[in-house]
Every structure is written in structure tokens, then in C-alpha cells.
Design a binder for this molecule. Structure first.
Ligand SMILES: N[C@@H](CCC(=O)N[C@@H](CS)C(=O)NCC(=O)O)C(=O)O
Length: 227
């Protein structure tokens, strides 16, 4: 595979939480790809996206004559094409729970998504702490803790991620980690008695690909005079 086999169409790195997910997984897995960035929040954003993604949204992955929209479908495709990267856990039970966690993120948590949109570079502690958003955050902390305590911590070669090694479920939750930081959501207030969820957040934030994305978000925002 070469960089020319894959084109990933994404939005602004500071804001586009859905784009971060497949980008992070592909980068972290060491897969080469061409990156096309489209500016969100512009009058012509939709017109810019449509020629690359008929769904009208980013991310979209162009591969083998296909355009694959939907972050989770892109992650599934990458996991399928590169089984050696082990983006899903090998154990069937762990894999079932990883799939459930990824699907719950993709389909839900609308309160948290609405009240605490991804804004990696800014800090708004206390903003958006509505009952609904904090209810979503509590459920997410429970998912992280259960995954870590039941699977991740017990897995061979645990690297601190939900199911041990970095995978699709972690890519799906990475934007939430940044939202907790931006809006000052402390997992300790949401049932994280022994700090397992906090340690998980730190593992995500330490990922080289996560740091690369954040640095590039900063460059983009500076370039656009927004920082
Ligand atoms: N369900 C989609 C959601 C994608 C989505 O809503 N992306 C936003 C950017 S993060 C978008 O493309 N918005 C279009 C616009 O701003 O016009 C996925 O999982 O990929």
C-alpha cells in the first residue's frame, strides 16, 4: 500500500471530531494516506465537501474507486484491510464489547456532543455542564472503566487503552477525551474512584498521533487568524 491508495478527506483539526477518529487510527497504525482538508464553518463548506463526499460530510475515505463516508465505516474498513494492525481485540468477548462501545459513541451521547463540541485548543471549564451532557459523560466514564478493568488491564501487552492496545474503540473516544479537557469534566466526579478513566485519558493524550493532530490544529488556527 502507498499513500496514493488512500485519500482521507477531513475538516479543521481543532473542531472536526469525526475526522479525528479515522485520521488517528490510520496514523497510529502507520498507514500512509493523502490528506485533503476542507474548512468547516464557511459559507461554501458544503459545496467544498460534496465533490469529495456525496454524503456531504467529513470524514470520507477514498479507496479503490470508492468513497466511504461515516467515521465508523472507515475505521471498520481499515481494520478489515489491515488485520495485522489488530484494531479490534482478538478475543471474541472483548471484541463484542469494543464494538458495542464504538457503536454507542457513534449513535449516541447527543447531549455531550451538543453542549461540549470539540475545541481542542480552547479551555472552557464548567461550560456545557448540563444534566444531559453530564449524564452522557458519566456513562462514558463507566464504559471506559469497565473496558479497562475487565479487558485492558488484563490483556497481554496492555498499553493503557480500553482493550489493551490502541484500537477502533479508542479512536472513537479520543475526541471525548479532548472535550473533557476543554470543558473541565473530571472523571473523579463521575464515579472514577481509582483513577482508571483518568489514566486512560492520559494514555490517549500521550499518543504521538494525538500530539501531531493537536500541533497541526494549532498551525491551522494560527494560519486562519483564529488563535
Ligand atoms: N455520522 C458522520 C458524521 C460526520 C459529520 O457530521 N461531520 C461534520 C464535521 S465533524 C460535517 O461534515 N459537517 C458538514 C458541514 O459542516 O457542512 C460520521 O460518523 O462520519
Amino acid at each position: 500500500m502507498t499513500a496514493f491508495d488512500f485519500e482521507l478527506v477531513i475538516g479543521d483539526k481543532n473542531w472536526s471530531s469525526w475526522s479525528l477518529r479515522p485520521w488517528l487510527a490510520m496514523r497510529q497504525a502507520g498507514l500512509p494516506f493523502y490528506e485533503r482538508s476542507i474548512r468547516l464553518r464557511q459559507p461554501d463548506t458544503k459545496a467544498q465537501i460534496l465533490p469529495h463526499s456525496p454524503a456531504g460530510t467529513v470524514p470520507a475515505l477514498k479507496w479503490n474507486g470508492l468513497v466511504i463516508p461515516e467515521s465508523l465505516a472507515i475505521l471498520e474498513t481499515i481494520a478489515d484491510l489491515f488485520p495485522m494492525k489488530k484494531l479490534w481485540p482478538e478475543d471474541a468477548g472483548a471484541r463484542a464489547m469494543a464494538r458495542a462501545a464504538a457503536a454507542e459513541m457513534h449513535a449516541g451521547f447527543t447531549g455531550l456532543r451538543r453542549e461540549m463540541p470539540m475545541d481542542i485548543l480552547n479551555r472552557y471549564p464548567g461550560r456545557g455542564h448540563t444534566e444531559e451532557a453530564l449524564g452522557d459523560a458519566r456513562r462514558i466514564v463507566t464504559i471506559w472503566r469497565e473496558a479497562r478493568l475487565r479487558f485492558g488491564q488484563l490483556s497481554d501487552g496492555d498499553e493503557g487503552f480500553l482493550f489493551g492496545r490502541f484500537g477502533v474503540a479508542d479512536a472513537m473516544y479520543a475526541p471525548v477525551v479532548t472535550r473533557f479537557v476543554t470543558y473541565g469534566v473530571d472523571p473523579a466526579d463521575l464515579g472514577d474512584e481509582d483513577g482508571a478513566a483518568r489514566a486512560y485519558m492520559d494514555a490517549v493524550l500521550r499518543l504521538p498521533a494525538m500530539q501531531e493532530w493537536t500541533a497541526e490544529a494549532q498551525d491551522e488556527m494560527k494560519e486562519r487568524g483564529l488563535l
